[in-house]
Design a protein around this ligand. Structure first.
Ligand code: HEM
Length: 173
């Protein structure tokens, strides 16, 4: 039975945490700016970082299925166990569908993503303004769901550390 996460699992966890918090902050900031070359530059950076997060989550999932994580503490009730597993599944799901919705939105709005300004990412769907507007709403709504889920995730980690005083947070260091 594993008692610790692998260094790769820890590295991917913290790398994606920083990347996603940066993407959330940049996404909220840039979308309210008036149209300008600076806004377009920020959109490009957001899209490059978002595609990077999309690739990293696949790597992370591949690592997760081939390297079993340590078990949850024995002290957790069945309900808390279910909540922990459901929360983690929701985070993986959102880490996949949020970048995908951004990619689809960019395609539908007719702005192809060129990763780091070098690699053109194929458009998944043709230009369609009405669909682009729906996907923009979906991207925004999924991000609010992510922020709520992340609040629960961080809250649970702090609760384990300061109230239950178990090693749940420490073992991800
Ligand atoms: C985990 C990855 C991602 C996160 C956390 C994220 C987060 C966000 C957030 C919080 C917003 C602001 C939404 C609002 O104000 O309602 C936003 C907007 C946006 N995102 Fe993302 N995003 C991600 C990936 C992507 C990807 C991969 C693309 C495209 C390839 C993309 C394209 C956009 C665009 C174009 C907007 C601006 C929408 C507009 O105002 O027209 N995002 N994103």
């Amino acid at each position: 039975m594993n008692t610790a996460y692998t260094p790769v699992a820890k590295g991917l966890h913290w790398l994606m945490a920083v990347l996603i918090l940066g993407l959330l902050a940049l996404g909220l900031y840039m979308s309210d700016l008036p149209l300008s070359p600076q806004k377009l530059q920020l959109y490009s950076w957001h899209k490059w970082a978002g595609v990077t997060a999309f690739l990293l989550v696949w790597l992370r999932l591949a690592w997760r299925v081939t390297h079993r994580p340590p078990a949850l503490p024995d002290t957790l009730s069945p309900l808390m166990r279910l909540a922990a597993h459901a929360g983690h599944a929701a985070l993986y799901g959102l880490m996949l569908v949020i970048p995908l919705s951004g990619w689809l939105m960019s395609s539908a709005k007719g702005f192809q993503t060129v990763w780091f300004g070098v690699w053109p990412i194929p458009d998944l769907i043709g230009k369609d303004k009405a669909l682009g507007d729906i996907l923009k709403e979906a991207h925004g709504a999924l991000n609010w769901l992510l922020m709520l889920t992340l609040a629960g995730h961080v809250g649970a980690a702090l609760w384990h550390h300061f109230v239950l005083k178990d090693d749940t947070l420490r073992r991800m260091r």
